[in-house]
Design a binder for this molecule. Structure first.
Ligand code: AMP
Ligand code: MG
Length: 347
């Protein structure tokens, strides 16, 4: 399949209606368009068209039991496509956090095809803030089902070049809209009559949600490996994820020890590290996650750091810093411990 790559400037979306209309036409015709959002790049198809949605699973090599998030431009969609159980909480979330990097899971209405929800009776809905994503959904006139636009298992794409690496020849169009602002996938919550459960941490933090909604439960799969037979509330959380080809190992311990360990480990040419800027490790195989004081910068850079090791063919092992779990740290740690398949080395 020929893939058209189109560059669109997110600050001047109004100047690109011709390109976005062409993309919307592809969506309405059952095709696939990769597009930027404020979290990561999405791989979009018409969420009301079962055949179109099944193309997403094929292009990504995504397991068929892992449901898709549907993207809407009008917040009314949280009610239009779902049965609302907890209107009070929904209204608060809509008022404070949307449009933005939060996905809400509620009972689905029957118009949403089973292919999109992987047979579940619930549907995940998100209203993104990225202006390119919003205009594309508006022009398409349908909700857009869109998982991250990476090959399943690889780190999610936060730049168009990442999407091109994984999806060239597999989709009809890739929209290059620059770097994604947050850089981690959306926060996912399940909203029921009896309260809110966090299924996947992201740019909207647990602390921010609790300030507005009261207690938020956290699904065990966010930070812990599940036992054989245990099921996470979000099916996707059980898969090895976000990982480069190399084996990733997280390091825990006193700062000076971690830095010393990393410097020594780099003597081996098959080793890479992911460190903080303040660690002052200068080596072509050291990826700087960001300043230790700035977890938003780390979130923005994480997937680019992980992907970088895949273009260094001899790297067998990557040691990484593990920040604390405050604020967006919970999302960072969640992605990192999954990338390292829960291998944490205490120093
Ligand atoms: P991605 O599209 O790559 O950001 O992944 C979407 C995540 O949302 C996966 O972990 C899915 O399992 C999860 N998800 C989507 N729909 C549902 C749903 N109805 N119930 C629970 N989790 C869902
Ligand atoms: Mg994904």
């Amino acid at each position: 399949m020929e893939t058209k790559v189109v560059k669109i400037c997110p600050e001047r979306v109004a100047d690109f209606d011709r390109e976005l209309s062409e993309a919307a036409e592809i969506i309405r015709g059952g095709g696939l368009v990769a597009f930027p959002t404020e979290t990561v790049y999405g791989l979009g198809a018409n969420a009301l068209d079962s055949t179109a949605a099944s193309r997403i699973y094929n292009a990504k090599g995504r397991p068929s039991d892992n449901p898709l998030i549907i993207h809407i431009s009008d917040p009314d969609g949280f009610e239009r496509w779902c049965e609302v159980e907890n209107k009070e909480a929904l209204d608060k979330i809509k008022a404070d956090f949307t449009p933005g990097p939060i996905t809400i899971i509620q009972k689905k209405k029957s118009i949403i095809p089973d292919t999109v929800t992987a047979g579940m009776d619930t549907v995940a809905v998100r209203c993104p803030s990225n202006p390119i994503a919003r205009r594309l959904i508006e022009l398409s006139g349908v909700p857009i089902a869109a998982p991250s636009a990476n090959t399943s298992g690889r780190p999610s794409p936060t730049k168009a070049s990442h999407v091109i690496e994984d999806m060239m020849g597999k989709v009809d169009m890739i929209i290059d809209g620059g770097e994604c602002e947050v850089g981690l996938e959306s926060t996912i919550i399940m909203l029921k009559e009896d309260g809110v459960t966090l299924l996947r941490p992201g740019g909207i933090t647990k602390e921010a949600l609790e300030e507005r909604l009261g207690e938020v439960k956290v699904d065990k799969a966010v930070l812990q490996r599940l036992e054989e037979g245990e099921k996470p509330l979000a099916p996707g959380m059980k898969y090895r994820h976000y990982a480069p080809v190399a084996t990733v190992i997280a390091l825990k311990g006193e700062d000076s020890r971690v830095v010393e360990f990393m410097k020594k480990a780099l003597d081996d040419e098959g080793t890479g590290v992911i460190c903080y800027r303040e660690d002052l490790i200068e080596n072509g195989r050291a990826q700087i996650l960001g300043s230790r004081e700035d977890k938003r910068e780390m979130a923005h850079r994480l997937f680019d750091c992980l992907r970088a090791f895949d273009s260094m063919p001899n790297i067998k092992t990557v040691y990484t810093r593990l920040p604390d779990t405050d604020d967006i740290g919970l999302a960072l740690v969640n992605r990192l411990i999954k990338a390292c398949a829960y291998t944490v080395k205490e120093l």
